[in-house]
Design a protein around this ligand. Structure first.
Ligand code: G6P
Length: 612
C-alpha cells in the first residue's frame, strides 16, 4: 500500500528519499514521486517502479535539504503519471504526499471548484493540497501550519501526510489520522516514513506519531502539537533493526529468505517465553490481564488475510485444549455487523503489521463495547500494539515479502503458547501433556530445518504443476486452516486460482471440478483424522485428480496412493500446523518463480493495508 518518506536536515534530501522509497517497495505500489524544497518546489513523478523514477531524475537538478516522496497504490484514479504523488497545489504553494483515503473529497472538491480551483488528477490527495492552499490564501495571519490544521479539520477519512511549502523551505509538516507515520531522530536531521524500514541504518531513535498530532520539523527542531494546537506528549522508542534484516543476502527473493528464516524466527518467538527446562510458558505481556482471560466467557479472534488463517488455527487450539468458546471473524465483517459484545468477551486482533485498517477499527469498536482487547502483532510500536490493553509480540523480524510466511508461523506459535498456557491454568491439561506439548513446540525449529533441507525435491514437484490453472487444497481439523493458507500462498504469488476447503466438504461442491487437470493438495499427516482424509484422497483418485499430499515421514501407504508427497517429521498434533505449512510455502514459491512472477511484490497486493 502507499508509502511515505520525508526528510528535513543539513544534508541533501534526495539520497535518503530515493533509498527510502526502495525500502518501501515491498508494500506494493504502482507509481512513485518526489518533491524537493529547493529554490522552487521541484516535483518528479511517474507511473512504474522507483527505478523508473530514478531514470527520470538523472536529467534534472536535485537540490534541497527538505523533501517528501511517495509510492502510490492506486485508489482514486488509475495508476498514471498525473495521479502519482506528490501533488502540487494549483498556485504552487504546497506539495503533499498522502496515504489513506479522504472520504468526503467529492464535496470538498466541488466547494473548491466553486472557489476557482481546477484539478489535474482524479485523486483525493489533490483536493487536500488545494484545500490547504485555499486556507493559506485566506489572510496573512494564516501560516502554513495553521492552513494544514484547518484543512485537516474538514477532512473525513484516514490519512498520513507530509507537506512542504514554497514560502517556508526549511520546514516539513507531517500529520496522521489512522495511517501510521514514524519520525526518526538523527543529528541535525529528521527522517519520516510510513513504517520504520526506511529509517534502519539512519537512526534507532523513533517517535510513532499519535493520531491527529502534527509535527513541524526543520533541521534543528521538532515540535509536536495536538490538533488543538497544544504541545503533544510523545515517547522516543529505540528500534533495534539491522540492515541484514532488510536485505536479501544470498537468497533470490525475500520470500525465500523469510521461509528459510522460520526455524530462527520461531525460536525468537519462544525466547523468554518457554523456560529453559521446557516446563512452563511465560507470556509477560499478558500477565496483568491473564485473570480476566481465564474468566472470559468467549474469545473472539479477528484478523485479515493470512492473520485470519492463523486465528483459525488458534480457534481449534484454544477450544480443543482450554475449552473456552472461540469465534473467528474477518475484521472487515466484524466491524460492520453490530456484534453482541460484553465485558466477559476477550477480543484478540492478529496482525503482522499492526496497522491493518479493518482490524484496527474493529478493535476500537470492541473496546467501546466493553470487551478486553488484546493484540498479537509483529511490528513493535504499531497502532494495534499501542491501542490494545495488552498483547504478545511475535518477534518474527521485519517481513518484506508481501505473501506472509515467517510472520504467520510466529503468529501460530504465539497462539499455541497462549492456548496451552490457558489450558494448563484452567486445569484442562495434565502436567504431563503440558510438558509434552511445550517440548514438541521447542522441537519445531529443528523439524522445519529437516523440511527445508528437502527444498530441491519440492522444486522438482513444483515444476510438474507450474502450468496448472486451478488447484484445490484440502485439510481437516487443525489442518483445514493450513489448507486455506497453502491455497492463499499459491493464489497470491503465482496467480493460479486456488481454493482451500475442509476435506469433508469436498463432496458438496468442489468434487465437481476434479478431473485429470486439477492438482489437489491434501494435508494428510498421521493424526486422528487420517482415516477420514485417506477416504477423501480415494474420492479424488477415483476421479483422476492429480494428488499431492503432505504426509508424515515414512507413510508408505499414501506414497503409493498419490502422485507426489511432501514429507514432514512426526509430531504432536498441536504443533503439526507449524510444520505442514512449510512445504506448501515452498511449493507456491517455486511455482511462482517458474511462472516468472514477481514473488515479493505480487500484482495488486499490498503488504500493509491501511485503507478499508
Ligand atoms: C495484506 C497482506 C497479507 C496479510 C494481510 C493482513 O493482505 O498482503 O499478507 O495477511 O494484509 O495484514 P496484517 O498486517 O494485519 O497481518
Amino acid at each position: 500500500m502507499c508509502g511515505i518518506v520525508a526528510y528535513a536536515g543539513e544534508n541533501s534530501a534526495c539520497p535518503f528519499l530515493i533509498q527510502g522509497l526502495k525500502r518501501l517497495e515491498y508494500r506494493g505500489y504502482d507509481s512513485a514521486g518526489i518533491a524537493l524544497a529547493g529554490s522552487r518546489l521541484q516535483i518528479h513523478k511517474c507511473k512504474g517502479r522507483v527505478s523508473d523514477l530514478e531514470g527520470h531524475l538523472i536529467s534534472n537538478e536535485l537540490e534541497g535539504q527538505v523533501g517528501i516522496a511517495h509510492t502510490r497504490w492506486a485508489t482514486h484514479g488509475e495508476p498514471n503519471d498525473v495521479n502519482a504523488h506528490p501533488h502540487l497545489s494549483m498556485n504552487g504553494h504546497f506539495a503533499l504526499v498522502h496515504n489513506g483515503i479522504i472520504e468526503n473529497y467529492a464535496g470538498l472538491k466541488a466547494e473548491l471548484i466553486r472557489n476557482g480551483y481546477s484539478f489535474q488528477s482524479e485523486t483525493d490527495t489533490e483536493v487536500l493540497v488545494n484545500l490547504i492552499e485555499f486556507f493559506y490564501g485566506k489572510g496573512l495571519e494564516i501560516n502554513a501550519e495553521m492552513a494544514i490544521r484547518l484543512a485537516l479539520s474538514k477532512v473525513v477519512g484516514a490519512f498520513g501526510i507530509a507537506v512542504i511549502c514554497n514560502d517556508v523551505k526549511e520546514e516539513l509538516i507531517v500529520s496522521r489520522r489512522g495511517s501510521p507515520l514514524v519520525i526518526g531522530i538523527g543529528e541535525g536531521e529528521y527522517f519520516v516514513a510510513s513504517d520504520a524500514t526506511p529509517l534502519v541504518g539512519y537512526t534507532k531513535n523513533m517517535i510513532y506519531l499519535s493520531d491527529n498530532d502534527l509535527a513541524i520539523i526543520s533541521k534543528n527542531s521538532l515540535i509536536l502539537k495536538t490538533e488543538e494546537d497544544k504541545p503533544a506528549s510523545f515517547r522516543i522508542s529505540r528500534v533495534d533493526r539491522t540492515i541484514g534484516e532488510i536485505e536479501k543476502g544470498d537468497f533470490d527473493h525475500f520470500m525465500l529468505k523469510e521461509i528459510f528464516e522460520q526455524p530462527g524466527t520461531i525460536e525468537d518467538t519462544f525466547r523468554g517465553r518457554v523456560s529453559a527446562d521446557r516446563s512452563a510458558i511465560v507470556l509477560g505481556g499478558l500477565m496483568d490481564v491473564f485473570p480476566a482471560i481465564l474468566k472470559a466467557k468467549r474469545i473472539i479472534l479477528i484478523g485479515c488475510g493470512t492473520s485470519w488463517h492463523a486465528a483459525l488455527v488458534g480457534e481449534y487450539l484454544i477450544e480443543t485444549y482450554a475449552r473456552i468458546p472461540v469465534e473467528v471473524e474477518y475484521a472487515s465483517e466484524f466491524r460492520y455487523r453490530n456484534p453482541i459484545l460484553t465485558a466477559d468477551d476477550v477480543v484478540i486482533a492478529i496482525s503482522q503489521s499492526g496497522e491493518t485498517s479493518d482490524t484496527l477499527v474493529a478493535l476500537r469498536m470492541a473496546r467501546e463495547r466493553g470487551a478486553t482487547i488484546l493484540g498479537v502483532c509483529n511490528v513493535v510500536g504499531s497502532s494495534i500494539a499501542r491501542e490494545t490493553d495488552a498483547g504478545v509480540y511475535t518477534h518474527a523480524g521485519i517481513e518484506i515479502g508481501v505473501a506472509s510466511t515467517k510472520a504467520y508461523t510466529a503468529q501460530v506459535t504465539v497462539l499455541t503458547l497462549f492456548a496451552i498456557k490457558l489450558a494448563f491454568a484452567k486445569g484442562e491439561l495434565t502436567v504431563e501433556l503440558y510438558h509434552e506439548i511445550i517440548s514438541e513446540l521447542a522441537d519445531v525449529p529443528a523439524k522445519i530445518n529437516t523440511i527445508l533441507s528437502g527444498h530441491n525435491k519440492i522444486k522438482e514437484i513444483a515444476a510438474k504443476y507450474k502450468g496448472a490453472t486451478n488447484a484445490l487444497y484440502l485439510g481437516r481439523g487443525l489442518l483445514f486452516p493450513v489448507a486455506l493458507e497453502g491455497a492463499l500462498k499459491l493464489k497470491e504469488i503465482s496467480y493460479i486460482h486456488a481454493e482451500g476447503y475442509a476435506a469433508g466438504e469436498m463432496k458438496h461442491g468442489p468434487i465437481a471440478l476434479v478431473d485429470d487437470n486439477l492438482p489437489v493438495v491434501v494435508v494428510a499427516p498421521k493424526d486422528h483424522y487420517y482415516e477420514k482424509i485417506v477416504s477423501n484422497i480415494q474420492e479424488v483418485k477415483a476421479r483422476k485428480g492429480n494428488l499431492i499430499a503432505v504426509v508424515t515421514e515414512g507413510d508408505l501407504i499414501l506414497k503409493e496412493m498419490v502422485n507426489d508427497v511432501f514429507e514432514i517429521p512426526e509430531s504432536h498434533p498441536a504443533v503439526t500446523p507449524l510444520l505442514a505449512i512449510v512445504p506448501l510455502q515452498l511449493f507456491a514459491y517455486y511455482i511462482a518463480v517458474l511462472r516468472g512472477c514477481n514473488v515479493d511484490q505480487p500484482r495488486n497486493l499490498a503488504k500493509s493495508v491501511t485503507v478499508e
